[in-house]
Design a binder for this molecule. Sequence first.
Ligand SMILES: Cc1cc2nc3c(=O)[nH]c(=O)nc-3n(C[C@H](O)[C@H](O)[C@H](O)COP(=O)(O)OP(=O)(O)OC[C@H]3O[C@@H](n4cnc5c(N)ncnc54)[C@H](O)[C@@H]3O)c2cc1C
Length: 388
Amino acid sequence: MDFQLTERQRELIDLAGEHYRRSLKQLASDHTREGIARLRGKMAEAGLLGLNMPEEYGGAGLPLLDTLLVIQKLQSCASIVGALAHRSSTGAIGAILELGTPEQKSFFVGGVCRGEFGVSIGITEPEAGSAATAMKTAARRDGNDAVVLNGKKQFVSFVDHNSYTLTYCRFGSTGKPADIGAVIVPHDAPGFSHSQGGINMADERLFELFFDDCRVPAQNVLLDGNAFGRLISVYNAERLGSIARMLGSAQASFELAVAYAKERRQFGREIADFQGLQWMLADMKVKLEAAQLLTYRAASNAGHGLPSRSEVSIAKVYTAQAAREICDDALQIHGANGYMKEFPLAQRYAEVRGGSIYGGTIQIHKNMIAGDLLERSNNQWKRAEKAG
Ligand SMILES: Cc1cc2nc3c(=O)[nH]c(=O)nc-3n(C[C@H](O)[C@H](O)[C@H](O)COP(=O)(O)OP(=O)(O)OC[C@H]3O[C@@H](n4cnc5c(N)ncnc54)[C@H](O)[C@@H]3O)c2cc1C
């Protein structure tokens, strides 16, 4: 067990920061479709997309821990840059790499690594949030050439900037998780449409997706059923990527708070002189390091593979709470400035706040941790089935 980052890992982090300062910073404030496409292109040139994707598809071939270190660094620079690094590495594309056909890997993983397009993930539905296996969106084969989807998803991220959504859907009608598979739906497929998107606390749009006899070529079927467990195993890497983003936002807030405490003067002295603030900063440092250790453990144990579900849940529960507290304390240390939109603290708080909800809420992750420690399945459906 080694708790030190290697020299190579430190270099990777520094290099990512250097790329950001030199070529990405000036592009990162343009969040239009064209602006994001330009940023993606620059990140592809710098080798910052597809961090853990194999080199044969144009990725950087990094192990999961190194991937997270780069995502965390880029997220600390600017959330949109962290988001693109995460989505092209630990995002939906991971499922295509793990579970796709050679043709799907070559086309989709290659395209994502080259910055040509992005892939969203559509799991959540109006009646299937935490209870994801209650999803109703249905796919049926239409001859050998096509599948036809009907249903609706909601709260899907980044749809306006991506060209495809990996859509979880049912291929059978048993109502059981065994029906669930996934289709890579092109956003220009006939019968596909999406809402304008609702704006969340962090100023990002979350979209409703509508599938009305949506016709998709059969070669875009990732798995036609019996796949929920495999999809969720890959999704654990996605969860770690978004935990790294929370770490990046918390780290940026912490660094801002330290700098501000040394610069802001009240009562004729730096506010860093006050022990009340020193203890806040010490607590923030402890939480940041503890959250990093749990996250890095889960990633390090995965190597180039998939992380353990229980280690991811533990990292997620702790980091979501720690990051929220770190960002909140950083805002407090900035006084009224921290509360103003001109300063980035409120934005950083909003970024990490979503982490307690997406990728499985912290309550759902605690259910899984408790299930493991009590050695019981902890199936949340049992009571409903009995009552029925
Ligand atoms: C910023 C953001 C981005 C997102 N991006 C995507 C995306 O790209 N694709 C996608 O498919 N979805 C996305 N989501 C949706 C997200 O996955 C869901 O919000 C999440 O699964 C929770 O579902 P819900 O909101 O319906 O809450 P609900 O499931 O209705 O839960 C409501 C509350 O009840 C609690 N609860 C529910 N069941 C239990 C239980 N058994 N035990 C204890 N507590 C329970 C929950 O913890 C929560 O506090 C995103 C959400 C956010 C906030």
